[in-house]
Every structure is written in C-alpha cells, then in structure tokens.
Ligand binder design. Structure first.
Ligand code: ADP
Ligand code: F6P
Length: 329
C-alpha cells in the first residue's frame, strides 16, 4: 500500500562483486529517471554510505557499462554497518541526502543491512548479486551465469594439459559455503569427481581407487572439481599423488571467476531486476527482495527471504556422478 510518493532513490553494490552488477545499476538509474525520480549512486557499499560518497546519477553516467564486469559503483564490506550505531548513522545519511528509497545489490549479508535500514524508516529493495547462487529465495543471482561459464572454460583448458601429461587435476572453484558452481561445472565439464560442501561425505580412498581403476582402463586424465567450501586442494593433491603414483596438480581458479564481461543472461536478468526494484519503490513498497522463481521475476519480504533455506538437488548430484562414471561398456 503506497504511503507517500518518493522523489529520490539511491543505489549501491555491497559484498563481493559479480558480473552483471553494472547492468542492474544501469537499469536502476534509467528506470528511476524515466519514472521521474532523482537517482543517487553510493560508492563502496555501506562504507560509502557512512562516508557520504554519494553522487547524482544521469543516464549518461551508466552509458557503456552494461558489458563491463565488476561494479562502477565499487563495492566493499563494512564492519561498522553491522552495528546498531552504524545502521542509525546510515539512515541519517540517507535522510540528509533526501534518499527515501535505496536499492541494495548484493547477497544475504547486504540484505541484512537493507533490512535494518528499512526498520529505521528507509524504503529498501534488495537485488540478488553474487556468483555463489546461495540466496534461498531465488533461482537466479546476478553473476552466477558468467562465473560458471568462466570456470567451465578454465576447467576445459586445465583438462587439455592434464590429458597431455596424463595427470590428475584438482580444480578449486569459488562459492563460499555453496557448491553450485562446482556442481554445474561437474556436469558441464564431465569431471570424474565433484566435491561439494553440502555433501561433505567424500571418501578420499574411494577417489584414489577410482583414479587407479580409470588409469588401468586407459583414462588419460582425472578431473576433480573441488568447491571452495571444502578447500585444501594443494594438500589433497599431495596425498593423491603419494597414494596413486600419478602426478597430481591443484589449480585454484580464484577471483578470475568474479571478473569478465557478463553473459547475455546476466545482463538481461540484472536489467529486469533493476527495473523491478525501482517499480517496487514507486509502488511504495519497502523491505523487499527481488527474485526469480518458476520463470518469473517476483519479490519477497526481506525477513521471509532471509529465513528461507535451499539445498543443492540430490537428483542433480546423482546425475552428475552417473554421467562421469567410467562404464565398462
Ligand atoms: P554478501 O552481501 O555478499 O552476503 P557480506 O556477508 O560480506 O556479503 O555482507 C556485505 C555487507 O553487508 C557487510 O560488510 C556489512 O556491511 C553488511 N552486513 C552484513 N551482515 C549484516 C547484518 N547482519 N546487519 C547489518 N549489515 C550487515
Ligand atoms: O561471495 C562471492 C565470493 O567470491 C565467494 O565465492 C568467496 O568465498 C568470497 O566471495 C571471496 O571473497 P574475497 O573477495 O573477499 O576474497
């Protein structure tokens, strides 16, 4: 139910950057301007809010950004904003700059900040931006598509050299405590083993036996995708090499997964989510998170969104394993 029409909105990116964030910023700015609002860009997440690094945004300011990785507003993690004093000050800064509505692009942590600001009277809308795909209320998060494609291409390349040298390769992908990037790459790259933090039940001896067995059958390489949430790839490589006698290398893909030009999907979904966030503010809504579910762009109450849980699909994990199995026929 609309309370009073807002005139000025702000937008910030917070937490880890993700390819496609610029498309979301661009959409917020342009949808905001076309709805007759003033739009302010806040640099460096909640840090920039507290330091009042706030600028007026024009349509021109977001030209030539949709195709670029990273975030033109920069991003940061801000310990002070976790405190009630920091949140109070953030709300005061918003009021001082006339920011009545704020779009926060980030992950669950950033939404917790938006939730606190909403409780202090600032209308806030969250947009899911993280390569990890670990936000429960939504099937899509900005950056996952680009990151998983980047990881997939990198793993293809590692596989080439792994085959030439007849090695075993452990490739560690990002995802914090979530295994979505690992699972998708496991399926897309056809990895022999995929280690997921959600299924912390892997049996190293089984992997070792599998490598030895595959080698006997003539397999030239063995690709293990290890999620960051399990980690310790270097130590694992040493143990596997010692146990199998097969040269084993660990490659940690790291931050390259967060960079690069966003895919078409990330540009389009981020643009629609950015526009929807502005539309919600114009409708007088607050404390909402934009999401994508069952083929549609939807929104949820932040409290409810943060309380939701999601888990990796058992069926997908099983399909991944069954397709990489070295069948004798
Ligand atoms: P993400 O948004 O990707 O989950 P973080 O968890 O690092 O990333 O959170 C980003 C920022 O959001 C933090 O640095 C902090 O400023 C803010 N934040 C995180 N949790 C809270 C919280 N419980 N209350 C207020 N602000 C928070
Ligand atoms: O949330 C995105 C992410 O890249 C995670 O996959 C990873 O655990 C974390 O951020 C790394 O953070 P930082 O950039 O601070 O090293």
């Amino acid at each position: 139910m609309a309370t009073k029409a807002i005139k000025t909105i702000g937008v910030l990116t917070s937490g880890g950057d993700a390819p496609g964030m610029n498309a979301a910023i661009r959409a917020v700015v342009r949808r905001g301007l076309s709805s007759g609002l003033n739009v302010k860009g806040i640099y460096k997440g909640y840090n920039g809010l507290l330091n009042e690094e706030i600028v007026d945004m024009t349509a021109r300011d977001v030209s030539d950004t949709i195709q670029r990785g990273g975030t033109v507003l920069y991003t940061a993690r801000c310990a002070e904003f976790r405190t009630p004093e920091g949140q109070q000050r953030g709300a005061e800064v918003c009021r001082k700059h006339g920011i009545e509505g704020l779009v926060v692009i980030g992950g669950d942590g950033s939404f917790a900040g938006a939730q606190k600001l909403a409780n202090l009277g600032i209308n806030t809308i969250g947009i899911p931006g993280t390569i990890d795909l670990d936000i429960a209320c939504t099937e899509y998060t900005i950056g996952f598509d680009t990151a998983v494609n980047t990881a997939m291409e990198a793993i293809d390349k590692v596989r080439d050299t792994s085959t030439s040298h007849e090695r075993c390769s452990i490739i560690e992908v990002m995802g914090r405590n979530a295994g979505y990037i690992a699972l998708w790459c496991g399926i897309a790259n056809g990895a022999e083993d995929v280690l997921l933090p959600e299924r912390y039940d892997y049996d190293e001896q089984k992997i070792i036996n599998n490598i030895i067995e595959n080698r006997k059958k003539g397999k030239k390489h063995h690709i293990i995708i290890n999620a960051e949430g399990i980690g310790h790839s270097e130590a694992m490589a040493k143990r596997i090499e010692a146990a199998t006698g097969i040269e084993t290398r660990a490659t940690i893909l790291g931050h390259m997964q967060r960079g690069g030009n966003p895919t078409c999907k990330d540009r389009v979904y981020a643009s629609i989510m950015g526009a929807k966030a502005v539309d919600l503010l114009v409708e007088g809504k607050s404390k909402r998170v934009v999401g994508y579910r069952h083929g549609d762009f939807v929104d949820f109450d932040i409290d409810e969104a943060l309380a939701m849980q999601k888990d990796i699909s058992d069926y997908q994990v099983e399909v991944c394993a069954s397709l990489s199995h070295n069948y004798s026929k």
